[in-house]
Write a new protein. Structure first.
Length: 563
């Protein structure tokens, strides 16, 4: 993957690193890491961190590790690990042989925790989780010392050893750092370093029944891997003093530099993994890779391209100010990429049969012509496709009105319209069933208008079509935004109350041009006049095609919301 995040004034982290290199800090090296917790699928918010860490390493000829911070086995599993690796690779990044797990350091972490106890910097506490919260105080009141804070080093070492040996039940004891219960920074009020959890771990099995906390594990893992710049989102700014305190106390050779940046927030989108998991668990969506989900697996299935996501992350920049990004920016980056890379095709989503009664050969038989429109109007290298023009065709039901509204430029009774890339036709008759539903249109054509616009011929409307005999029948899924509320996380009420009931519409019996019979899963196309679509990654089959709407040709959401 050669694309890199362009340096710009909005990427303050690159400016810091540039200055570090001038001063030969870290001996001029740049070594970053992306450290996901394997407790869910990655989402678009993580994409910013992925791009920043990997492209920063690329920009400065450094390295980037993939490290799973797997210290909470109750919420982690191998499925999440595999999905994370798949998503990062799909985005175009390669961690080469640098795949690490915090759980691989459990022995070393335990040794360093023992050292903290030996040095009088940690103690074993018997307060319950509820009591610990009570003793912690709040933003206006200092905390209170645990009754166990002054245990002797010998007693602490004995208790900690017995914790590790499995003598105690969950939450019966914890290991806490001895810092300052009156600190204005709540994270420095004797934070828990280890807790007891008799839980099977996906990497270490049943070897351990005590597990280190994230704040203790993360900084030591960074140091053990030789990370120079530990890039994390802004909510970890208040954790930085603890990050530095732990590294100062355990005295490892390396001391990485933590730098915080603003996380990505997008309107009409939920970024909480806990809430995304809730959507999955409550069957409000069809799994983590539902195309309506902001997970990278969901976006991939929706038809997003890796380039569009990387370009979006580059365009929004890297700052220290939290803000809300308009989802239209993401969709714009997607359209820009799809416009350049997607071959064109015609698809009739709501078929209406038309018969061109005078489209006959010299013997009065049905006529046919093979037309060869280009696959892309701006890229000749994509070549052409074949589509046979016949007497019987499908057009979209929305392209005909018996009583047209003002400004309607498509087909009407007695009116004319051009079939894209073919003839001008005129509707002569409407056929209806017993209930009065339109079942067929009878038309005529102007034989002089194939691929030409004769003088004096002014036809405003152009509509798409597919041949009835050769059409590929398919299921098409129209997706819209999952939430109607701009900020579902902060709006009054439960965020689930704002789920868009029309976020998915499944159309059966759609008719597609025959060239799409060759489409493979994840192939993307522009269905002319409809939008960009992708062959579903999971369910598309040659004998049962399924296409998902990726994004419309233009942003109509804002207009619809303002009506």
């Amino acid at each position: 993957m050669t694309n890199s995040m362009t340096e710009s004034p909005s990427n303050f982290i690159h400016q810091i690193i540039r200055e570090d290199q001038k001063n030969n800090k870290h001996n001029g090296k740049v070594h970053t890491r992306f450290p996901p917790e394997p407790n869910g699928y990655l989402h678009i918010g993580h994409a910013k961190a992925i791009c920043l860490n990997f492209t920063t390493a690329q920009t400065f000829s450094g390295q980037c590790n993939l490290r799973f911070d797997d210290t909470n086995p109750e919420k982690e599993n191998v499925e999440f690990i595999n999905s994370i690796k798949s998503s990062i690779s799909w985005l175009g990044f390669d961690w080469e042989d640098r795949e690490f797990y915090s759980s691989s350091y459990f022995d070393r972490l335990y040794e360093l925790a023992v050292k903290l106890v030996e040095d009088g910097n940690a103690y074993v506490c018997s307060l319950s989780p509820e009591q610990s919260r009570e003793y912690r105080g709040n933003l206006t009141e200092p905390g209170k010392n645990s009754p166990d804070r002054e245990r002797s080093i010998e007693e602490n070492l004995d208790l900690f050893s017995r914790m590790e040996a499995g003598e105690f039940g969950d939450s019966e004891y914890s290991l806490r750092a001895k810092i300052d219960m009156a600190s204005p920074n709540m994270n420095m009020r004797d934070p828990i370093l280890y807790r007891i959890r008799h839980q099977h771990h996906h990497q270490t099995g049943d070897e351990w029944c005590i597990y280190p906390m994230y704040d203790f594990t993360h900084c030591i893992s960074d140091a053990l891997e030789g990370i120079t710049h530990s890039l994390c989102s802004l909510e970890f700014e208040d954790h930085r003093p603890l990050y530095d305190w732990v590294l100062d106390k355990v005295d490892l050779p390396a001391h990485p530099q933590q730098i915080e940046f603003a996380r990505l927030n997008i309107n009409y989108t939920i970024m909480s993994k806990r809430k995304l998991k809730q959507l999955v668990d409550e069957n409000l969506v069809n799994g983590w890779d539902d195309p309506r989900m902001p997970t990278l697996e969901g976006m991939r299935r929706r038809g997003y391209t890796p380039a569009s996501i990387r370009n979006f992350c580059e365009n929004i920049g890297v700052t220290r100010t939290n803000s809300m990004v308009d989802v239209a920016m993401l969709e714009h980056a997607l359209r820009e990429d799809l416009d350049q890379t997607s071959p064109r095709a015609m698809a009739v989503l709501r078929p209406l049969k038309i018969v061109i009664e005078d489209y006959l050969d010299g013997q009065g038989e049905d006529k046919e012509e093979v037309l060869t429109p280009s696959r892309h109007p701006k890229d000749e290298s994509m070549g052409k496709r074949e589509i046979t023009f016949r007497r019987e065709l499908y057009i979209d039901r929305n392209d005909f009105e018996e009583v047209p509204p003002p400004g309607f430029k498509r087909l009407t009774i007695g009116g004319e319209v051009r079939l894209r890339g073919a003839y001008v036709i005129k509707c002569e008759e409407v056929i209806k069933d017993a209930e009065g539903n339109i079942t067929e249109l009878r038309c005529t054509h102007d034989a002089a208008t194939l691929g030409a616009k004769p003088e004096g011929r002014k036809v405003k409307g152009v509509i798409h079509w597919v041949p009835l005999q050769d059409a590929l029948e398919a299921e098409v899924r129209l997706y819209d935004r999952l939430f109607l509320e701009e900020n579902p996380d902060k709006a009054d009420g439960d965020y689930r109350d704002f789920i868009n009931p029309d976020s998915i519409q499944i159309l059966q019996g759609c008719m597609l041009e025959p060239s799409l019979k060759q489409a493979q899963a994840e192939d993307r196309f522009q269905f002319e006049r409809e939008g960009y679509f992708v062959a579903d990654r999971e369910e598309h089959k040659s004998d049962k095609p399924v296409f998902n709407l990726t994004v419309g040709l233009r942003d109509t959401w804002g207009k619809a919301q303002n009506k």
